[in-house]
Ligand binder design. Structure first.
Ligand SMILES: C[S@@+](CC[C@H](N)C(=O)[O-])C[C@H]1O[C@@H](n2cnc3c(N)ncnc32)[C@H](O)[C@@H]1O
Length: 205
C-alpha cells in the first residue's frame, strides 16, 4: 500500500468512527500504554470530577487524555481564565486533540507525566491545583508509576488533589507514600467497573 493510500484509508476510518476508532487503534498499537479498550463513561467522569473546587482551580492537569473523553467535561467546568494542560505520550492522540479541541484554555502536550514539573514550569506555573490521571499504572514500565506519583505530589499545591481512576485497586500502593488522605469509591457504570481515588495533599507541608 502506498503512503497516500494508507493515509486516505486512515482519514476515512477517522471520519466514520471518530475518536472511538482512534482510541481502539491506539490500544491495538500500544496495549500496555493505553491499558483500556473503551473510553471512560460519562457517569465515571461526573463522579471523578465532582470533588474539584473549580473556583480554586487555576491549573488543571490531565495525564493520559487519550482522545479527550474528559476534555469537554473539564472545559465546561473550568473558569474562563484558568488553564488545562493535557499530557499524553501518544502523538496520534495529541494530534487529534490539537485538531479537534479549539479552546484558549486547553494545552495538549506530547510528553510523559513523569515530567509534569518541567511541563508546568514551561507553561508558566510553579504548581497545579488538581491533577487527573487516566494512566494504566499497573502496566507502566517498572518505576514509572512511583516516579509519576512522587512528581505529582511535589507539583500539587497544598489542598490540591490527585484524581485517579483505575481498574485495579492496586494503584493505591503508588499513592499511599505521597498522600496521607486518600478517598476511594467504586463506579459500576463503566466498562469495566472502575476504582476512583482522590489523593489530597495536606494543607501544610
Ligand atoms: C486508559 S487510556 C486513558 C483514556 C482516557 N483518559 C479516557 O478516559 O477514556 C491511557 C492513556 O495514557 C497514555 N499514557 C501512557 N503512559 C503515559 C505517560 N507516562 N505519560 C502520559 N501519558 C501516558 C496513553 O497514551 C493513553 O492515552
Amino acid at each position: 500500500m502506498t503512503f497516500s493510500t494508507a493515509a486516505a484509508r486512515k482519514a476515512t476510518t477517522s471520519r466514520k468512527w471518530g475518536p472511538w476508532a482512534l482510541f481502539f487503534r491506539g490500544f491495538l498499537k500500544h496495549p500496555l500504554m493505553v491499558g483500556s479498550i473503551t473510553p471512560s463513561s460519562n457517569t465515571l467522569i461526573r463522579h471523578m470530577l465532582a470533588r474539584v473546587d473549580w473556583e480554586k482551580c487555576s491549573l488543571f492537569v490531565e495525564y493520559g487524555p487519550g482522545v479527550g473523553t474528559f476534555t469537554p467535561h473539564i472545559l465546561a467546568r473550568l473558569a474562563p481564565e484558568a488553564t488545562y494542560i493535557a499530557i499524553d505520550l501518544n502523538p496520534d492522540f495529541i494530534r487529534y486533540l490539537e485538531t479537534h479541541v479549539q479552546d484558549h484554555r486547553f494545552r495538549p502536550i506530547l510528553g510523559s507525566a513523569v515530567d509534569v514539573e518541567q511541563i508546568a514550569r514551561d507553561n508558566g506555573f510553579d504548581h497545579a491545583d488538581y491533577i487527573l490521571s487516566g494512566l494504566p499504572f499497573s502496566t507502566l514500565p517498572h518505576g514509572v508509576g512511583s516516579a509519576i506519583a512522587a512528581a505529582t505530589a511535589r507539583v500539587l499545591r497544598p489542598g490540591g488533589a490527585f484524581l485517579v481512576y483505575q481498574f485495579r485497586a492496586k494503584v493505591k500502593a503508588f499513592l499511599a507514600p505521597h498522600f496521607s488522605r486518600i478517598d476511594q469509591a467504586l463506579e459500576f457504570w463503566n466498562i469495566p467497573p472502575c476504582f476512583l481515588f482522590w489523593g489530597w495533599k495536606l494543607t501544610q507541608s
